[in-house]
Design a protein around this ligand. Sequence first.
Ligand code: ATP
Length: 137
Amino acid sequence: VEQTFVMVKPDGVRRGLIGPIISRFEQKGFELAAISLRTIDRQLAEQHYGELREKPFFGELVDYLTSGPVCAMIWRGRHAVENARAIIGRTNPVEAGPGTIRGDYGMDISGNIVHGSDSDASAAREIALFFNREAAS
Ligand code: ATP
């Protein structure tokens, strides 16, 4: 069975959305495999979004991700990456449809509530980063 990495970002945690987000994954049919609440350091945030390093918003993105605790999770299920992205919705909450997490809870791309891996390779990389740092370094 496939698995994917999902993270409730600091704005989602501050707004009390961990519970509703977990419920949506459970209702969809996912099984929770691991969960960890913690404030991440800049190094981990920069590694996580390494492919965006050259973007003009990169510094702001790292500030956002380190501004409070995040809730990192591993979810198991069939077509885990694709199913998770479907219930999370488009990157920009303005474009995310109603019924998706970003569509229902977010207002702007700079606060889009949640992250989900975009491929099996990213899921493996991100799970190693957040749940087994020694394996990733
Ligand atoms: P995520 O990786 O968080 O699930 P994504 O894969 O849907 O998001 P990416 O294009 O990888 O989207 O962007 C990663 C994150 O960077 C977005 O979730 C958002 O928080 C932030 N981001 C992307 N574009 C912008 C932008 N133009 N301005 C500010 N932040 C942005």
